[in-house]
Design a protein around this ligand. Structure first.
Ligand SMILES: CC(C)(COP(=O)(O)OP(=O)(O)OC[C@H]1O[C@@H](n2cnc3c(N)ncnc32)[C@H](O)[C@@H]1OP(=O)(O)O)[C@@H](O)C(=O)NCCC(=O)NCCS
Length: 161
């Protein structure tokens, strides 16, 4: 592992916006009808030297922590797992009882990845991506694996403090 992590700071916001544009097509994320912008989020960024190679952002709401984005540009080296662990650690430190996230019906890799790391299927929000597309028209009709992109899948993990 040649990468290292540090907490996201205000100084990182321009770079995070660019990172999201490059990896998700825009400067904001839409989940369950809510627009999330980098300035409202906590998180960690991962570096290899000066280069950004990944990051995780999350948001606290009551006793919940919601993961808003997770990206690893060095797949299969443990970076995604490390970022998830950092978010769980932050949620516990904040006293959260649950950590959850939304992924989409086409992202078979993410569905496997999260379940192998202790997350469980919590809900299927049928057609929710079709609604998000009204806010963010760049969301493609066909997603990963050639699958029509239309539903949000919520996964969560209960946290025992
Ligand atoms: C999902 C994602 C974050 C995973 O990141 P990652 O850095 O590949 O994650 P890891 O390396 O920790 O784990 C991936 C696999 O590599 C394996 N792995 C971990 N460390 C390894 C190592 N040192 N050597 C070889 N393999 C390793 C893990 O066992 C894991 O396999 P498994 O899921 O079958 O157990 C990444 O694929 C990604 O950014 N995807 C695109 C964006 C996305 O879909 N984000 C989630 C949307 S909600």
């Amino acid at each position: 592992m040649t990468f290292h992590l540090r907490r996201l700071t205000q100084n990182d916001l321009p770079r995070l916006r660019q990172f999201w544009r490059e990896n998700w097509g825009d400067e904001f994320v839409v989940a369950h009808g809510v627009i999330y912008r980098p300035e409202a989020l906590d998180g960690f960024v991962a570096f290899d030297g000066k280069e950004w190679i990944g990051g995780i952002t999350y948001h606290f709401s009551g006793s919940d922590c919601e993961i808003i984005s997770l990206d690893s540009l060095r797949e299969g080296q443990g970076l995604g797992t490390l970022l998830i662990e950092k978010a769980i650690e932050a949620a516990r430190a904040k006293g959260c009882q649950r950590i959850f996230l939304i992924t989409t019906n086409d992202n078979l890799h993410a569905l496997g990845f999260y379940q192998k790391r202790g997350f469980e299927l919590a809900a299927v929000h049928r057609g929710a991506v079709n609604e998000s597309r009204k806010i963010k028209p760049g969301i493609p009709l066909i997603g990963e694996n050639g699958i029509p992109l239309r539903d949000e899948i919520e996964l969560d993990m209960k946290l025992i403090n």
